[in-house]
Write a protein that binds this ligand. Structure first.
Ligand code: B12
Length: 159
């Protein structure tokens, strides 16, 4: 796990999220995770990064312990859609995690982006959103902005 305090962070956003960045069990790539961590921290979110090769059981333990607002799974080795489905099913079996947001992105298959069909498989397994291939990052940024607005509305409604 990365020492977060040693990394530069932007001023905390008004509605910052607690975000868990992780990979899947088979994937040993790490720069994708560092990239995402910095991207999210630059936007003022609090990030914990579990690193590479994270078994589903470990992810489950960390989610129960940390109760993050959002879990971001990244995989680029081509096995992410299979490992990702196993991981999200493990999380969704836990009633306490049923409402937690979980998204996945990167290079999820060995034959390029899987399009609508793969997105459907992954969302059916329990992901809230899928960000695959080159179009993934801009779509992910838009998704995050939407969450921030939603959280702002919730905070105002509660106040
Ligand atoms: C460096 C590297 C390695 C290093 C990793 C070292 C490390 N500490 O990370 C080593 C040598 C270990 C390695 C091993 C392997 N690798 Co490799 N590796 C690469 C390489 C050259 C660069 C990856 C990288 O660091 N990029 C920099 C980061 C910042 O970018 P990124 O990973 O692409 O992530 C970006 C996007 O994908 C996206 N993204 C990623 N995740 C997410 C998540 C979300 C939510 C969003 C929105 C976006 C997003 O955002 C990031 C920034 O743009 C790529 C080829 C390439 N040029 O991309 C191959 C590559 C990823 N590797 C590949 C393969 C096949 C392997 C091996 C299976 C090779 C082998 N036969 O052993 C193993 C797998 C090991 C394993 N168990 O996972 C393939 C994957 C093919 C696929 N997906 O179909 C690639 C694409 C090479 C290729 N063209 O074939 N690899």
């Amino acid at each position: 796990m990365t020492d977060l305090d040693a990394l530069p962070t932007a001023a905390r956003a008004e509605h910052c999220l607690d975000i868990l960045v992780t990979s899947v069990a088979s994937d040993s790539h790490t720069w994708n995770l560092i990239y995402l961590q910095l991207l999210l921290q630059e936007q003022g979110h609090r990030v914990r990064n579990l690193g590479s090769c994270v078994p589903a059981a470990m992810l489950l333990t960390e989610c129960l312990r940390q109760q993050p607002d959002l879990v971001v799974i990244s995989s680029v080795n081509g096995h992410g859609h299979l490992d990702g489905m196993a991981a999200v099913r493990t999380l969704r079996e836990q009633p306490r995690l049923a409402a937690m947001l979980v998204v996945i992105g990167g290079q999820l298959g060995i034959a390029g982006p899987g399009g609508q069909r793969r997105r459907h498989e992954l969302t059916a397994a329990g992901f809230d959103a899928v960000f695959e291939g080159a179009a993934g990052l801009p779509a992910f940024r838009r998704y995050l902005s939407g969450l921030r607005i939603e959280q702002g509305h919730r905070a105002r409604a509660g106040s």
